[in-house]
Design a protein around this ligand. Structure first.
Ligand code: ZN
Length: 295
């Protein structure tokens, strides 16, 4: 059976990725910076209009967005961005104008990291797994979870980027950069934190720099906390900071060491992995969510 043609958006804090397609082998994308809401939404609509002229109408849309966002379909503000530190975006109705421009097709609205987890489960490094976590370590840190084959929601969506992790001030005197919590995980281990702590672009910090000891330590502690809470089969770690491949063995080693045999990790190399879909995890996950709306 042919997969339906659908629309997808990975709405990031710094860039939007809009796409039309049927799957990883057939996807047409446009990437542009996230500017003012009206301008960014208009640009997305323009892309979809042009794509539909070429390919015909899409049957649904999936949006994976930066947060916090209202992902509860029963809420009157479903599809809106909530109060966010990102200037001008608090309270923006992201979903409605785009959905309306597509003829009110069915809509899936999720966090970018939940969408990425879903994409990795469908086509990527966690194919067919029912319990997995996707964490992005970039400008900020976010985590998405699939548990028992379903995307995890509570009263809102998980916010694993703001977990508390132990900080030894004698080793790391940096107070952290989260505007809400200071030294939460994002405040200590995001790309922004690396940049502020070491006064250097993380992409330029050499592999043997002490920055990575600390970075892998914080990420390992977060992974341990999540493992103890949700018992996932696999962690997929993406985002710009994780492009530093040498971090993977460092994190795996610390996780195994600190779990201290209490929970066995049979094969650390399969437990903590890079995304199979690379930087397309979020947009392909949104596409998969759009297709699921038609089932
Ligand atoms: Zn925080």
């Amino acid at each position: 059976m042919d997969s339906p043609l659908v629309a997808a958006i990975e709405a990031g804090g710094t860039k939007f990725v809009c796409a039309v397609g049927t799957g990883p082998e057939d996807i047409e994308e446009a990437r542009f910076p996230t500017t003012l809401p009206e301008e960014t939404i208009a640009r997305s609509i323009e892309f979809f209009n042009e794509a539909q002229e070429r390919r015909g109408n899409v049957e649904s849309i999936g949006i994976g967005t930066f947060g916090p966002a209202d992902v509860d379909p029963k809420s009157p503000t479903f599809g809106h961005i909530k109060k966010t530190p990102k200037a001008n975006w608090s309270g923006t109705d992201l979903a409605s104008p785009i959905r309306e421009s597509l003829g009110n097709v069915p809509l899936a609205f999720e966090t970018d990291v939940n969408a990425a987890a879903w994409g990795e489960r469908k086509w990527g490094a966690a194919e067919s797994l029912n319990d997995l976590i996707y964490i992005t370590v970039g400008t900020g840190i976010g985590g998405g979870a699939v548990s028992d084959g379903k995307i995890v929601h509570g009263t809102s969506h998980p916010e694993m980027g703001h977990l508390r992790v132990p900080r030894d001030k004698s080793i790391d005197p940096f107070d952290g950069c989260c505007p809400f919590h200071g030294d939460c995980l994002e405040g200590l281990a995001s790309g922004t934190a690396l940049k502020e702590r070491w006064s250097e672009d993380p992409a330029k910090i050499p592999a043997d720099h002490p920055a990575w000891e600390l970075e892998s330590s914080y990420l390992a502690d977060a992974i341990i906390n999540i493992t103890l809470t949700l018992s996932p089969e696999r962690f997929v770690l993406g985002g710009g900071v994780m492009d530093q491949d040498h971090l993977f063995p460092m994190i795996r080693e610390r996780v195994t060491e600190r779990l201290a045999g209490y929970i066995e990790v049979p094969d650390p190399e399969k437990f903590i992995v890079p995304p199979g879909l690379g930087p397309q995890a979020g947009v392909l996950g949104s596409l998969a969510l759009a297709q699921d709306m038609l089932k």
